[in-house]
Design a protein around this ligand. Structure first.
Ligand code: SF4
Length: 173
């Protein structure tokens, strides 16, 4: 199994090759931190290693309570085993518990999930296109977006890929 820091390094170094002319991501912009999206158990382990502030744990508990109804899987473990689109749409205004709503910054930035690291630019990950943030590539043609696309091939790490949501990183056993 690949070491987590090596996996993060693969993603971060690929994203660092993105042509910055097209990227408007900046501190305080947090569109991508509102609304739930699935992450992996490995992402949860990384967030737990950050030793989060009790305020994050409290927000995560509140988020889990709000997500209880119609949860697309096992709400106790947080593991998802059904379709998430209707559920994600229902909670589209629920902020990530790690987001500081005043500053718009990620409070556990160094420990953030891979999905957060890869959101924003135009990417091709494991053979699939990752949609870029609509605030990036302003004025770019489709051809320019495709030319700018960076390819990332992730090493296999199936044993930690059960999907869940960030709020479960801070659930006490
Ligand atoms: S972990 Fe950080 S970057 Fe990811 S959604 Fe939450 S606040 Fe945003």
């Amino acid at each position: 199994m690949i070491d987590d820091s090596a996996l993060v390094q693969i993603v971060d170094s690929a994203v660092a090759r993105v042509d910055k002319r097209w990227i408007n991501c900046k501190p305080g912009c947090s569109h991508c931190c509102i609304g739930p999206f699935v992450v992996t158990q490995r992402d949860l382990d990384r967030l737990r290693r950050a030793d989060p502030d009790p305020a994050i744990e409290a927000r995560a508990e509140e988020a889990r309570a709000r997500m209880r109804e119609d949860f697309p899987g096992d709400w106790t473990t947080g593991i998802v085993n059904g379709r998430q689109d209707t559920f994600d749409e229902k909670h589209k205004w629920l902020p990530c518990p790690v987001l500081d709503l005043e500053s718009g910054s990620c409070l556990l930035y160094e420990h953030r999930p891979l999905a957060c690291r890869m959101h924003g630019p135009s990417l091709f990950v494991d053979g699939g296109i990752v949609n870029h943030c609509r605030l990036n590539y302003a004025g770019a043609t489709q051809a320019e977006i495709e030319t700018a696309r960076i390819e990332i091939e992730l090493p296999p790490c199936d044993e930690t890929n059960a999907l869940t949501y960030i709020a479960w990183a801070f659930k006490q056993p």
